[in-house]
Design a protein around this ligand. Structure first.
Ligand SMILES: [Fe+2]
Length: 132
């Protein structure tokens, strides 16, 4: 089975700053998995997830600035998806802190984001960006 935490060439969208940020995102998820594996408590997990949440907010702003700069026609829809992801992540930070969520479901959500959002939405944007 493919370990989604290891960078796959498939994840590259072809915009160096964005690819670097996606790599950082995977590193943070890797750190969260490792801490969970070594028995981190809920508070520690919640703090790590807060770091991930803030990084995701920063990363989405970077993408949205690029979209604005090139008049990307799907910008509103793409930004709406970002908002949904942030809202879900925020709920999960809370849930993990109070032990209302299980880690497997959290990790599934994060990988679903990588697979569906990076591979589909971010690649669609990058294709447009590289051609303007
Ligand atoms: Fe995006």
């Amino acid at each position: 089975m493919v370990d989604e935490l290891i960078w796959q060439s498939d994840y590259d969208v072809g915009i160096p700053d964005i690819d670097d940020q996606h790599r950082m995102f995977l590193r943070l998820v890797g750190k969260i998995r490792a801490e969970k594996g070594s028995g981190a408590d809920n508070e520690k997990m919640s703090l790590l997830l807060s770091e991930l949440l803030k990084y995701a907010e920063y990363h989405f702003c970077s993408e949205e600035n690029l979209m604005y700069g090139c008049n990307y026609p799907e910008r509103a829809e793409h930004s709406r998806i970002h908002e949904e992801i942030i809202a879900e992540l925020r709920n999960r930070v809370f849930a993990v802190k109070f032990d209302l969520d299980d880690y497997d479901s959290l990790e599934a959500f994060l990988f679903n984001w990588i697979v569906n959002h990076i591979l589909k939405d971010d690649k669609a944007f990058a294709a447009y960006f590289r051609n303007v």
